[in-house]
Ligand binder design. Sequence first.
Ligand code: FMN
Length: 500
Amino acid sequence: MAVNVAMGSAVSSVLARGAGSDLWLIDVGIRRSVRHPGVRVRKVARGTGNIARGPAMTVEELDAALEVGWQTAVEAVGQGHDLVILGEMGIGNTTAASAMSACLLGVVTADVVGPGTGIGSEALARKSAVIDTALEVNQPNDQDAWDILRKLGGFEIAAMTGAVLAAAAHRVPILLDGMTTGVAALAAVRMVPATRPYLIAGHCSPEPAHQRLLHALELTPLLDLGLRLGEASGALLALPLVSQALKTMAETATFSDARVTNPHGPVIAGEPAGESRNDAPVALGFSPAEKDAVYKVIRARRDIRVFLPDPVPDDILGRILDAGHRGPSVGFMQPWNFLVVRDQETRRRLQELVERERVIAGQHYPDSQRDYYLRLKVEGLMDAPITLCVTNDPTRGGPHVLGRNTIPETDLMSTACAIENMWLAARAEGVAVGWVSMYRKEDVREVLGIPDHVDPVALLTLGFTPHFPDIPVLERVGWRKRLDLTTLVYEERWGTPVRQ
Ligand SMILES: Cc1cc2nc3c(=O)[nH]c(=O)nc-3n(C[C@H](O)[C@H](O)[C@H](O)COP(=O)(O)O)c2cc1C
Protein backbone atom coordinates (compact mmCIF):
# COMPACT_ATOMS: atom_id res chain seq x y z
CA MET A 1 0.00 0.00 0.00
CA ALA A 2 2.85 2.38 0.85
CA VAL A 3 4.47 1.69 -2.52
CA ASN A 4 1.11 2.18 -4.18
CA VAL A 5 0.84 5.65 -2.60
CA ALA A 6 4.41 6.48 -3.60
CA MET A 7 3.76 5.35 -7.17
CA GLY A 8 0.92 7.82 -7.40
CA SER A 9 -1.83 5.28 -7.84
CA ALA A 10 -3.55 5.26 -4.44
CA VAL A 11 -6.66 7.32 -3.69
CA SER A 12 -4.59 9.79 -1.68
CA SER A 13 -2.14 10.14 -4.60
CA VAL A 14 -4.95 10.87 -7.03
CA LEU A 15 -6.69 13.35 -4.74
CA ALA A 16 -3.44 15.13 -3.84
CA ARG A 17 -2.54 15.41 -7.50
CA GLY A 18 -5.98 16.74 -8.31
CA ALA A 19 -5.72 19.31 -5.55
CA GLY A 20 -2.23 20.34 -6.64
CA SER A 21 -0.77 19.54 -3.25
CA ASP A 22 2.50 17.78 -2.49
CA LEU A 23 2.16 14.36 -0.92
CA TRP A 24 4.90 13.11 1.37
CA LEU A 25 4.75 9.52 2.53
CA ILE A 26 6.74 8.95 5.70
CA ASP A 27 7.51 5.44 6.86
CA VAL A 28 7.62 5.86 10.65
CA GLY A 29 7.44 2.20 11.51
CA ILE A 30 6.32 -0.14 8.75
CA ARG A 31 7.42 -3.61 9.74
CA ARG A 32 8.83 -4.50 6.33
CA SER A 33 11.30 -2.54 4.22
CA VAL A 34 9.50 -0.35 1.73
CA ARG A 35 11.51 -0.01 -1.42
CA HIS A 36 10.45 3.00 -3.38
CA PRO A 37 12.38 6.25 -3.76
CA GLY A 38 9.19 8.21 -3.11
CA VAL A 39 8.92 6.87 0.44
CA ARG A 40 10.77 8.84 3.10
CA VAL A 41 12.06 6.20 5.46
CA ARG A 42 12.18 7.54 9.04
CA LYS A 43 11.51 4.28 10.84
CA VAL A 44 11.51 4.54 14.60
CA ALA A 45 11.31 0.74 14.81
CA ARG A 46 9.71 -2.08 12.87
CA GLY A 47 6.28 -1.76 14.42
CA THR A 48 5.35 -0.87 17.99
CA GLY A 49 4.97 -3.32 20.85
CA ASN A 50 1.71 -5.26 21.15
CA ILE A 51 -0.57 -3.04 23.27
CA ALA A 52 -2.42 -6.06 24.59
CA ARG A 53 0.81 -7.18 26.26
CA GLY A 54 2.49 -3.94 27.32
CA PRO A 55 3.28 -0.38 26.24
CA ALA A 56 3.41 0.36 22.51
CA MET A 57 6.60 2.39 22.80
CA THR A 58 9.46 3.27 25.05
CA VAL A 59 9.86 6.91 26.06
CA GLU A 60 12.72 7.19 23.55
CA GLU A 61 10.61 5.75 20.76
CA LEU A 62 7.77 8.15 21.53
CA ASP A 63 10.21 11.07 21.41
CA ALA A 64 11.64 9.83 18.13
CA ALA A 65 8.21 9.41 16.50
CA LEU A 66 7.04 12.87 17.67
CA GLU A 67 10.28 14.29 16.31
CA VAL A 68 9.71 12.71 12.86
CA GLY A 69 6.37 14.47 12.61
CA TRP A 70 7.72 17.72 14.03
CA GLN A 71 10.64 17.80 11.59
CA THR A 72 8.45 16.92 8.63
CA ALA A 73 6.02 19.74 9.36
CA VAL A 74 8.86 22.20 9.94
CA GLU A 75 10.35 21.21 6.58
CA ALA A 76 7.00 21.68 4.84
CA VAL A 77 6.50 25.10 6.41
CA GLY A 78 10.09 26.02 5.55
CA GLN A 79 9.35 25.27 1.93
CA GLY A 80 6.49 27.73 1.99
CA HIS A 81 3.60 25.30 2.42
CA ASP A 82 0.96 27.07 4.41
CA LEU A 83 -1.42 24.23 5.14
CA VAL A 84 -0.53 20.83 6.56
CA ILE A 85 -2.89 17.99 5.73
CA LEU A 86 -2.59 14.92 7.88
CA GLY A 87 -3.44 11.41 6.85
CA GLU A 88 -2.25 7.96 7.78
CA MET A 89 -2.08 4.44 6.56
CA GLY A 90 -1.57 1.90 9.32
CA ILE A 91 -3.04 -1.56 9.20
CA GLY A 92 -5.14 -2.15 12.32
CA ASN A 93 -4.56 1.33 13.62
CA THR A 94 -8.18 2.05 14.47
CA THR A 95 -7.60 -0.40 17.35
CA ALA A 96 -4.83 1.77 18.74
CA ALA A 97 -6.80 4.92 17.95
CA SER A 98 -9.93 3.56 19.68
CA ALA A 99 -7.96 2.59 22.76
CA MET A 100 -6.44 6.09 22.88
CA SER A 101 -9.88 7.64 22.32
CA ALA A 102 -11.41 5.73 25.23
CA CYS A 103 -8.69 7.08 27.49
CA LEU A 104 -8.56 10.66 26.18
CA LEU A 105 -12.34 10.98 26.21
CA GLY A 106 -12.87 9.09 29.45
CA VAL A 107 -15.44 6.71 27.96
CA VAL A 108 -15.80 2.93 27.79
CA THR A 109 -14.56 0.85 24.86
CA ALA A 110 -18.09 0.21 23.57
CA ASP A 111 -18.50 3.97 22.99
CA VAL A 112 -15.53 4.23 20.69
CA VAL A 113 -14.94 0.92 18.98
CA GLY A 114 -16.16 0.50 15.41
CA PRO A 115 -15.64 -1.66 12.34
CA GLY A 116 -12.66 0.37 11.02
CA THR A 117 -12.21 -0.57 7.40
CA GLY A 118 -15.18 -2.89 7.68
CA ILE A 119 -14.52 -5.96 9.85
CA GLY A 120 -17.35 -8.36 10.73
CA SER A 121 -19.02 -8.77 14.14
CA GLU A 122 -16.69 -11.55 15.32
CA ALA A 123 -13.58 -9.51 14.59
CA LEU A 124 -15.24 -6.47 16.16
CA ALA A 125 -15.77 -8.39 19.40
CA ARG A 126 -12.11 -9.45 19.35
CA LYS A 127 -11.07 -5.83 18.68
CA SER A 128 -13.09 -4.66 21.71
CA ALA A 129 -11.55 -7.35 23.86
CA VAL A 130 -8.04 -6.39 22.74
CA ILE A 131 -8.73 -2.74 23.61
CA ASP A 132 -10.07 -3.68 27.05
CA THR A 133 -7.02 -5.84 27.65
CA ALA A 134 -4.71 -3.03 26.48
CA LEU A 135 -6.33 -0.59 28.90
CA GLU A 136 -6.14 -3.14 31.71
CA VAL A 137 -2.52 -4.15 31.05
CA ASN A 138 -1.15 -0.62 30.51
CA GLN A 139 -3.21 1.36 33.04
CA PRO A 140 -2.54 4.64 31.20
CA ASN A 141 -3.01 7.84 33.16
CA ASP A 142 -6.06 9.38 31.49
CA GLN A 143 -4.93 12.88 32.50
CA ASP A 144 -1.61 12.46 30.72
CA ALA A 145 -1.69 12.50 26.90
CA TRP A 146 2.00 11.56 26.70
CA ASP A 147 1.37 8.44 28.74
CA ILE A 148 -1.70 7.51 26.67
CA LEU A 149 0.16 8.03 23.39
CA ARG A 150 3.20 6.06 24.53
CA LYS A 151 1.28 3.11 25.91
CA LEU A 152 -1.52 2.78 23.35
CA GLY A 153 -0.54 4.74 20.22
CA GLY A 154 1.20 3.88 17.00
CA PHE A 155 4.31 5.53 15.58
CA GLU A 156 2.17 7.12 12.86
CA ILE A 157 -0.19 8.58 15.48
CA ALA A 158 2.71 9.99 17.48
CA ALA A 159 4.31 11.41 14.33
CA MET A 160 1.04 13.13 13.44
CA THR A 161 0.84 14.55 16.97
CA GLY A 162 4.35 15.94 16.46
CA ALA A 163 3.31 17.42 13.11
CA VAL A 164 0.25 19.11 14.65
CA LEU A 165 2.40 20.64 17.39
CA ALA A 166 5.00 21.89 14.91
CA ALA A 167 2.55 23.31 12.38
CA ALA A 168 0.60 25.12 15.09
CA ALA A 169 3.84 26.44 16.60
CA HIS A 170 4.59 27.94 13.18
CA ARG A 171 1.05 29.32 12.94
CA VAL A 172 0.18 27.06 10.02
CA PRO A 173 -3.28 25.46 9.98
CA ILE A 174 -3.75 21.70 9.97
CA LEU A 175 -6.50 20.00 7.99
CA LEU A 176 -7.44 16.74 9.70
CA ASP A 177 -8.65 13.56 8.09
CA GLY A 178 -10.49 10.80 9.95
CA MET A 179 -10.58 9.25 13.37
CA THR A 180 -6.88 8.42 13.64
CA THR A 181 -5.74 11.93 12.78
CA GLY A 182 -8.43 13.16 15.21
CA VAL A 183 -6.86 11.13 18.02
CA ALA A 184 -3.42 12.46 17.16
CA ALA A 185 -4.80 16.01 17.19
CA LEU A 186 -6.60 15.58 20.50
CA ALA A 187 -3.39 14.26 22.05
CA ALA A 188 -1.58 17.36 20.72
CA VAL A 189 -4.26 19.69 22.11
CA ARG A 190 -4.07 17.99 25.49
CA MET A 191 -0.30 18.52 25.46
CA VAL A 192 -0.43 22.11 24.16
CA PRO A 193 -3.95 23.59 24.28
CA ALA A 194 -2.87 26.56 22.11
CA THR A 195 -2.73 24.23 19.07
CA ARG A 196 -6.52 23.92 18.92
CA PRO A 197 -7.34 27.07 16.89
CA TYR A 198 -5.09 25.79 14.08
CA LEU A 199 -7.16 22.65 13.49
CA ILE A 200 -9.74 22.18 10.74
CA ALA A 201 -11.80 18.99 10.59
CA GLY A 202 -11.93 17.79 6.99
CA HIS A 203 -14.70 15.24 7.51
CA CYS A 204 -16.46 13.02 9.99
CA SER A 205 -16.06 9.29 9.58
CA PRO A 206 -18.71 6.77 10.66
CA GLU A 207 -16.36 5.40 13.36
CA PRO A 208 -18.17 6.06 16.63
CA ALA A 209 -15.07 7.57 18.20
CA HIS A 210 -14.66 10.21 15.55
CA GLN A 211 -17.76 12.22 16.36
CA ARG A 212 -16.81 12.21 20.03
CA LEU A 213 -13.26 13.27 19.21
CA LEU A 214 -14.49 16.16 17.07
CA HIS A 215 -16.83 17.19 19.86
CA ALA A 216 -13.94 17.18 22.33
CA LEU A 217 -11.91 19.24 19.85
CA GLU A 218 -14.89 21.59 19.39
CA LEU A 219 -14.63 21.13 15.62
CA THR A 220 -17.38 20.95 13.02
CA PRO A 221 -16.40 18.69 10.13
CA LEU A 222 -16.60 20.18 6.64
CA LEU A 223 -17.86 16.94 5.06
CA ASP A 224 -19.86 13.99 6.30
CA LEU A 225 -19.86 11.43 3.49
CA GLY A 226 -19.48 8.17 5.37
CA LEU A 227 -15.85 7.85 4.29
CA ARG A 228 -13.72 5.30 6.11
CA LEU A 229 -10.58 5.09 3.99
CA GLY A 230 -7.96 7.11 5.87
CA GLU A 231 -4.95 8.13 3.77
CA ALA A 232 -6.02 11.79 4.11
CA SER A 233 -8.76 11.11 1.57
CA GLY A 234 -11.47 12.99 3.51
CA ALA A 235 -9.16 15.91 4.20
CA LEU A 236 -8.12 16.12 0.55
CA LEU A 237 -11.76 16.15 -0.52
CA ALA A 238 -12.39 19.00 1.93
CA LEU A 239 -9.35 20.95 0.73
CA PRO A 240 -11.18 22.74 -2.13
CA LEU A 241 -13.70 24.04 0.42
CA VAL A 242 -10.88 25.49 2.48
CA SER A 243 -9.18 27.11 -0.49
CA GLN A 244 -12.44 28.45 -1.89
CA ALA A 245 -13.28 29.91 1.51
CA LEU A 246 -9.93 31.69 1.57
CA LYS A 247 -10.34 32.92 -1.98
CA THR A 248 -13.82 34.18 -1.19
CA MET A 249 -12.56 36.13 1.80
CA ALA A 250 -9.58 37.49 -0.09
CA GLU A 251 -11.07 38.29 -3.46
CA THR A 252 -14.75 39.04 -3.10
CA ALA A 253 -15.49 42.70 -3.57
CA THR A 254 -17.08 44.33 -0.57
CA PHE A 255 -20.37 46.14 -1.11
CA SER A 256 -18.43 49.35 -1.22
CA ASP A 257 -15.79 47.99 -3.70
CA ALA A 258 -18.53 46.82 -6.00
CA ARG A 259 -20.63 49.95 -5.45
CA VAL A 260 -23.50 47.78 -4.37
CA THR A 261 -26.11 49.41 -2.19
CA ASN A 262 -26.06 47.63 1.13
CA PRO A 263 -29.44 47.93 2.82
CA HIS A 264 -27.85 46.57 6.02
CA GLY A 265 -24.89 48.95 5.92
CA PRO A 266 -24.18 51.50 8.63
CA VAL A 267 -26.04 54.78 8.47
CA ILE A 268 -23.59 57.54 7.74
CA ALA A 269 -24.44 61.03 8.95
CA GLY A 270 -25.91 63.05 6.13
CA GLU A 271 -26.38 60.03 3.87
CA PRO A 272 -29.48 57.94 3.46
CA ALA A 273 -29.11 54.35 4.75
CA GLY A 274 -27.46 51.99 2.30
CA GLU A 275 -25.78 54.61 0.14
CA SER A 276 -22.23 53.78 -0.81
CA ARG A 277 -19.56 56.22 0.26
CA ASN A 278 -17.65 55.44 -2.92
CA ASP A 279 -19.45 58.14 -4.83
CA ALA A 280 -16.59 60.49 -3.93
CA PRO A 281 -15.09 62.26 -6.95
CA VAL A 282 -12.57 60.21 -8.89
CA ALA A 283 -9.12 61.48 -7.84
CA LEU A 284 -6.89 62.17 -10.83
CA GLY A 285 -8.07 59.19 -12.82
CA PHE A 286 -8.32 56.61 -10.03
CA SER A 287 -11.58 55.59 -8.46
CA PRO A 288 -11.43 54.57 -4.79
CA ALA A 289 -11.74 50.93 -5.85
CA GLU A 290 -8.81 51.29 -8.27
CA LYS A 291 -6.75 52.98 -5.59
CA ASP A 292 -7.55 50.13 -3.20
CA ALA A 293 -6.48 47.67 -5.89
CA VAL A 294 -3.05 49.30 -6.14
CA TYR A 295 -2.48 48.94 -2.40
CA LYS A 296 -3.91 45.46 -2.50
CA VAL A 297 -1.40 44.30 -5.10
CA ILE A 298 1.48 45.91 -3.19
CA ARG A 299 0.49 44.07 -0.05
CA ALA A 300 -0.31 40.79 -1.76
CA ARG A 301 2.91 40.59 -3.80
CA ARG A 302 5.10 37.79 -2.53
CA ASP A 303 8.37 36.13 -3.31
CA ILE A 304 7.28 32.66 -4.39
CA ARG A 305 9.31 29.48 -4.49
CA VAL A 306 6.57 26.88 -4.95
CA PHE A 307 5.25 26.59 -8.50
CA LEU A 308 2.81 24.54 -10.49
CA PRO A 309 3.97 23.22 -13.88
CA ASP A 310 1.22 25.02 -15.82
CA PRO A 311 2.56 27.29 -18.56
CA VAL A 312 2.11 31.06 -18.39
CA PRO A 313 -0.02 32.18 -21.37
CA ASP A 314 1.86 34.43 -23.80
CA ASP A 315 -0.58 37.33 -23.48
CA ILE A 316 -0.07 37.43 -19.72
CA LEU A 317 3.71 37.24 -20.06
CA GLY A 318 3.53 40.03 -22.64
CA ARG A 319 1.67 42.31 -20.24
CA ILE A 320 4.10 41.55 -17.42
CA LEU A 321 7.10 42.38 -19.64
CA ASP A 322 5.39 45.57 -20.77
CA ALA A 323 4.94 46.55 -17.11
CA GLY A 324 8.68 46.03 -16.62
CA HIS A 325 9.47 48.14 -19.63
CA ARG A 326 7.35 50.96 -18.20
CA GLY A 327 9.58 51.15 -15.14
CA PRO A 328 11.27 54.45 -14.35
CA SER A 329 14.91 54.73 -15.40
CA VAL A 330 17.59 57.30 -14.82
CA GLY A 331 17.80 59.67 -17.79
CA PHE A 332 15.21 57.35 -19.38
CA MET A 333 18.15 55.10 -20.27
CA GLN A 334 16.05 51.89 -20.07
CA PRO A 335 19.09 49.74 -19.35
CA TRP A 336 17.20 46.45 -19.19
CA ASN A 337 16.78 43.37 -21.34
CA PHE A 338 14.47 40.48 -20.60
CA LEU A 339 15.69 37.00 -21.50
CA VAL A 340 12.88 34.43 -21.38
CA VAL A 341 14.17 30.90 -20.71
CA ARG A 342 11.85 27.93 -20.98
CA ASP A 343 14.31 25.20 -22.00
CA GLN A 344 14.52 22.64 -19.21
CA GLU A 345 18.20 21.83 -19.72
CA THR A 346 19.16 25.50 -19.50
CA ARG A 347 17.06 25.90 -16.36
CA ARG A 348 18.73 22.83 -14.90
CA ARG A 349 22.16 24.35 -15.50
CA LEU A 350 21.06 27.59 -13.84
CA GLN A 351 19.64 25.66 -10.93
CA GLU A 352 22.99 23.89 -10.48
CA LEU A 353 24.77 27.23 -10.25
CA VAL A 354 22.30 28.47 -7.66
CA GLU A 355 22.45 25.27 -5.65
CA ARG A 356 26.25 25.52 -5.44
CA GLU A 357 26.12 29.10 -4.18
CA ARG A 358 23.26 28.32 -1.82
CA VAL A 359 25.37 25.72 -0.05
CA ILE A 360 28.45 27.99 -0.02
CA ALA A 361 26.37 30.78 1.51
CA GLY A 362 25.42 28.38 4.31
CA GLN A 363 28.99 28.54 5.58
CA HIS A 364 28.49 32.16 6.60
CA TYR A 365 26.04 31.17 9.29
CA PRO A 366 26.91 29.80 12.71
CA ASP A 367 26.17 26.09 13.17
CA SER A 368 22.86 26.69 14.89
CA GLN A 369 21.54 28.84 12.07
CA ARG A 370 23.12 26.89 9.20
CA ASP A 371 20.77 23.93 9.46
CA TYR A 372 17.85 26.30 9.56
CA TYR A 373 19.12 28.20 6.51
CA LEU A 374 19.83 25.04 4.53
CA ARG A 375 16.24 23.91 5.06
CA LEU A 376 14.81 27.02 3.48
CA LYS A 377 13.64 26.74 -0.09
CA VAL A 378 15.24 29.72 -1.79
CA GLU A 379 14.47 29.07 -5.41
CA GLY A 380 12.00 27.31 -7.67
CA LEU A 381 13.97 27.25 -10.90
CA MET A 382 13.10 23.69 -11.89
CA ASP A 383 9.47 23.96 -10.81
CA ALA A 384 8.51 27.22 -12.50
CA PRO A 385 7.93 26.95 -16.27
CA ILE A 386 9.75 30.21 -17.02
CA THR A 387 13.02 31.70 -15.86
CA LEU A 388 13.35 35.34 -16.75
CA CYS A 389 16.86 36.71 -16.66
CA VAL A 390 16.66 40.48 -16.30
CA THR A 391 19.85 42.18 -17.37
CA ASN A 392 21.30 45.65 -17.01
CA ASP A 393 23.42 47.29 -19.68
CA PRO A 394 25.33 50.19 -18.05
CA THR A 395 26.40 51.49 -21.46
CA ARG A 396 22.88 51.80 -22.82
CA GLY A 397 22.49 55.59 -22.51
CA GLY A 398 25.96 56.47 -23.84
CA PRO A 399 28.77 57.99 -21.73
CA HIS A 400 26.66 60.74 -20.10
CA VAL A 401 23.29 59.72 -18.82
CA LEU A 402 21.13 62.50 -17.45
CA GLY A 403 20.94 62.19 -13.66
CA ARG A 404 23.64 59.56 -13.34
CA ASN A 405 26.73 61.74 -13.00
CA THR A 406 27.33 61.25 -9.31
CA ILE A 407 25.54 58.00 -8.59
CA PRO A 408 26.59 55.57 -11.31
CA GLU A 409 24.62 52.69 -9.85
CA THR A 410 21.34 54.42 -10.76
CA ASP A 411 21.34 52.16 -13.82
CA LEU A 412 20.97 49.12 -11.55
CA MET A 413 18.37 50.94 -9.48
CA SER A 414 16.39 51.52 -12.68
CA THR A 415 16.48 47.84 -13.58
CA ALA A 416 15.36 46.99 -10.04
CA CYS A 417 12.38 49.35 -10.58
CA ALA A 418 11.50 47.44 -13.76
CA ILE A 419 11.64 44.19 -11.82
CA GLU A 420 9.33 45.50 -9.11
CA ASN A 421 6.87 46.68 -11.77
CA MET A 422 6.82 43.15 -13.21
CA TRP A 423 6.47 41.62 -9.75
CA LEU A 424 3.39 43.73 -9.06
CA ALA A 425 1.87 43.25 -12.52
CA ALA A 426 2.41 39.49 -12.24
CA ARG A 427 0.64 39.44 -8.87
CA ALA A 428 -2.35 41.21 -10.35
CA GLU A 429 -2.35 38.57 -13.12
CA GLY A 430 -2.20 35.79 -10.52
CA VAL A 431 1.29 34.85 -11.70
CA ALA A 432 3.88 34.10 -9.05
CA VAL A 433 7.41 35.51 -9.21
CA GLY A 434 10.47 34.43 -7.26
CA TRP A 435 13.66 36.47 -7.26
CA VAL A 436 16.78 34.31 -7.23
CA SER A 437 20.06 36.08 -6.58
CA MET A 438 22.34 33.26 -5.45
CA TYR A 439 24.69 32.88 -8.37
CA ARG A 440 27.93 34.23 -9.75
CA LYS A 441 27.23 36.59 -12.57
CA GLU A 442 30.01 35.17 -14.76
CA ASP A 443 28.47 31.69 -14.53
CA VAL A 444 25.05 32.95 -15.64
CA ARG A 445 26.64 34.99 -18.43
CA GLU A 446 28.27 31.83 -19.72
CA VAL A 447 25.13 29.67 -19.59
CA LEU A 448 22.97 32.31 -21.29
CA GLY A 449 25.56 33.81 -23.67
CA ILE A 450 25.32 37.28 -22.13
CA PRO A 451 28.11 39.70 -23.12
CA ASP A 452 30.67 40.67 -20.46
CA HIS A 453 29.58 44.28 -20.12
CA VAL A 454 25.95 43.33 -19.42
CA ASP A 455 24.93 42.45 -15.86
CA PRO A 456 22.55 39.56 -15.23
CA VAL A 457 20.79 41.40 -12.39
CA ALA A 458 18.16 38.84 -11.52
CA LEU A 459 16.87 35.40 -12.30
CA LEU A 460 13.13 35.55 -11.86
CA THR A 461 11.07 32.39 -11.75
CA LEU A 462 7.58 32.84 -13.18
CA GLY A 463 4.62 30.52 -13.02
CA PHE A 464 1.43 29.74 -11.19
CA THR A 465 1.47 28.80 -7.54
CA PRO A 466 -0.98 26.96 -5.35
CA HIS A 467 -0.94 29.85 -2.91
CA PHE A 468 0.31 33.35 -2.23
CA PRO A 469 1.20 33.52 1.47
CA ASP A 470 -0.09 36.56 3.31
CA ILE A 471 3.27 37.30 4.90
CA PRO A 472 6.82 36.73 3.57
CA VAL A 473 7.95 33.14 3.78
CA LEU A 474 11.02 34.25 5.72
CA GLU A 475 8.73 35.85 8.28
CA ARG A 476 6.44 32.82 8.37
CA VAL A 477 9.31 30.49 9.21
CA GLY A 478 10.68 32.84 11.87
CA TRP A 479 13.80 33.91 9.96
CA ARG A 480 13.12 37.66 10.22
CA LYS A 481 10.17 39.84 11.06
CA ARG A 482 9.00 42.93 9.21
CA LEU A 483 10.52 45.92 11.00
CA ASP A 484 8.23 48.43 12.61
CA LEU A 485 7.77 51.24 10.09
CA THR A 486 7.66 53.92 12.79
CA THR A 487 11.26 53.07 13.73
CA LEU A 488 12.34 53.66 10.14
CA VAL A 489 10.73 57.02 9.49
CA TYR A 490 12.58 60.09 10.74
CA GLU A 491 11.49 63.70 10.76
CA GLU A 492 13.69 66.57 9.60
CA ARG A 493 16.99 65.03 10.70
CA TRP A 494 18.43 61.53 10.75
CA GLY A 495 17.44 59.71 13.89
CA THR A 496 14.59 62.00 14.97
CA PRO A 497 11.46 59.90 15.24
CA VAL A 498 8.23 61.25 13.87
CA ARG A 499 6.13 62.91 16.57
CA GLN A 500 2.92 60.98 17.14
C1 FMN B 1 17.41 41.86 -4.62
C2 FMN B 1 16.65 40.69 -4.09
C3 FMN B 1 17.22 39.42 -4.12
C4 FMN B 1 16.54 38.30 -3.62
N1 FMN B 1 17.10 37.05 -3.68
C5 FMN B 1 16.43 35.98 -3.21
C6 FMN B 1 16.94 34.66 -3.34
O1 FMN B 1 18.00 34.41 -3.90
N2 FMN B 1 16.23 33.65 -2.83
C7 FMN B 1 15.05 33.87 -2.20
O2 FMN B 1 14.44 32.91 -1.74
N3 FMN B 1 14.50 35.08 -2.10
C8 FMN B 1 15.16 36.14 -2.61
N4 FMN B 1 14.61 37.37 -2.54
C9 FMN B 1 13.26 37.51 -2.01
C10 FMN B 1 13.22 37.90 -0.57
O3 FMN B 1 13.58 36.80 0.23
C11 FMN B 1 11.79 38.32 -0.28
O4 FMN B 1 11.46 39.38 -1.12
C12 FMN B 1 11.61 38.75 1.15
O5 FMN B 1 11.70 37.68 2.00
C13 FMN B 1 10.27 39.42 1.38
O6 FMN B 1 9.22 38.53 1.03
P1 FMN B 1 8.11 38.97 0.01
O7 FMN B 1 8.82 39.35 -1.27
O8 FMN B 1 7.25 37.76 -0.14
O9 FMN B 1 7.39 40.15 0.60
C14 FMN B 1 15.26 38.48 -3.06
C15 FMN B 1 14.67 39.75 -3.04
C16 FMN B 1 15.35 40.84 -3.55
C17 FMN B 1 14.67 42.19 -3.53
